[in-house]
Design a binder for this molecule. Sequence first.
Ligand SMILES: [Zn+2]
Length: 219
Amino acid sequence: MRKRTPTEIETTVLLKARRRCCVCFGLKRDYSMKHGQIVHIDGRHDNNSVDNLAFMCLEHHDQYDSRTSQSKGLTTNEVRHFRKELYEVIDLNWKQPIIIGDAQTPLDKSTDDFSEYYEREGEFESAELQVQRLPNGNVKVTGLALWGKTLPRGPNIGELDFEAEIKGNRVTFSDGSLGDEEYRLELLFKKDRLIATEKLVGGYFGMNVSFGGEYTRIK
Ligand SMILES: [Zn+2]
């Protein structure tokens, strides 16, 4: 009877491999997602340590499991090495900077925060946007716009917070919950800049507050 791999360990392995087969990658640099299974590298099904488990496509899983001492099958050391290479590439890819159109965060960023920041600075009004790539491929945009910074009573403040799909180098936010009129904001990403075009509903964020305009990326 095959002992079931504990769910937590199974999940860890699946997340590390992202459904990529380490043998496909090791032999052919095939990095595509595969239908597959978790294999026990040493062949012992009761050895469920993460180090002993690897995700393999069905073909390589069968090949690996049916190895005999005579065959020139894959060795455990090869599999471990392939798996190490694959995990390193996945790790690197999943930490890639945000790329939207031709806008790209520099790779020399030394922090774990892969958000981009944009600002539109003025003496009387200003706005800033934070753009963050989510694991599902969408982006999350949060922003703050101020109007009337020099007013004695303080500025009007607008806050933005939405998640949207990237289409080319555009991200669009719209809100039709106000009735007849729809608020719409389109963000166009250029190299080091962001152009925000607003179809404004007066007072959507507070009087005169606007996110429209040209922003510069903060490095
Ligand atoms: Zn494979």
